[in-house]
Design a protein around this ligand. Structure first.
Ligand code: ADP
Ligand code: ADP
Ligand code: ZN
Length: 216
């Protein structure tokens, strides 16, 4: 089963994708994580990517489409995958359809997390992750159970993203409304769009998504 998670920056895509991976055995494919790995690797293209990301702009479609197309036929996606942060433009959505068709695959549902933009600045400003295992946290909404220690792996090192500041978030929200929101009708027209209230508590959102995935 192959699923897309859609929604503005901070809506909970990463948090929920990780849980879907655990609960349903689907592989989480996050274009944001792939891009950050490319930046970490320190290549020349990495420097250009970092500039775009720190401005809160979208990375060019051809780079993103190339990254995803390599990954979706990997052996770790044999049970299916959950796309987190892709597609983000109509061009990407159409490219996804073309590559799925070529590989004999299909999209089961597109889960759209609906949220208030105003709440996303606080979500993103308080976001941090475990540097060892990538588990996601929030200063107010999801602090580690033992302060300073990762719930999942016990590590004590955490990191915050360079682009998680109030100014960049505004640009990212604008990019979402201009470039990404227009793909919602594309999926709605095909009857596979499934809106979920992303303002609910993290566990309630997970419960709703679990029910959708089981019914799919
Ligand atoms: P995205 O991947 O869509 O940008 P994240 O999953 O990283 O979003 O979530 C952004 C921040 O908000 C994280 O710090 C996360 O812990 C927190 N968060 C995620 N979902 C919720 C929720 N439903 N309620 C409150 N905080 C949330
Ligand atoms: P969030 O959903 O929290 O904004 P992501 O980790 O998904 O963050 O993405 C971080 C940044 O990486 C984006 O602001 C954008 O610059 C770039 N990016 C990620 N996915 C895509 C994509 N599908 N198309 C274009 N740019 C992308
Ligand atoms: Zn950890």
């Amino acid at each position: 089963m192959n699923i897309v998670l859609l929604g503005p920056p901070g809506c909970g895509k990463g948090t929920q994708a990780r849980r879907i991976e655990e609960n349903h055995g689907l592989k989480q494919l996050s274009t944001g994580d792939m891009l950050r790995a490319a930046v970490e690797a320190g290549s020349e293209i990495g420097t250009q990517l970092a500039e775009i990301m720190n401005e809160g702009q979208l990375v060019p479609d051809d780079i993103i489409i190339g990254m995803i197309s390599e990954r979706i036929s990997g052996p770790d996606c044999a049970q299916g995958f959950i796309l987190d942060g892709f597609p983000r433009t109509l061009v990407q959505a159409e490219a996804l359809d073309a590559m799925l068709e070529q590989k004999g695959l299909a999209l089961r549902s597109v889960i759209s997390l609906t949220v208030d933009d105003d709440a996303m600045v606080e979500r993103i400003s308080g976001r941090f992750t475990c540097a060892a295992c990538g588990a996601g946290y929030h200063d107010s909404f999801k602090p580690p159970r033992n302060p300073g220690r990762c719930d999942d792996c016990g590590d004590r090192t955490f990191s915050r993203r360079d682009d998680d500041n109030a100014e960049t978030v505004r640009h990212r929200l604008t990019a979402y409304h201009d470039m990404t929101a227009p793909i919602l009708p594309y999926y709605e027209g095909r009857g596979i769009l499934r809106p979920v209230d992303g303002m609910a508590a993290i566990d309630s959102v997970t419960a709703e998504i679990n029910a959708l995935v089981r019914a799919a």
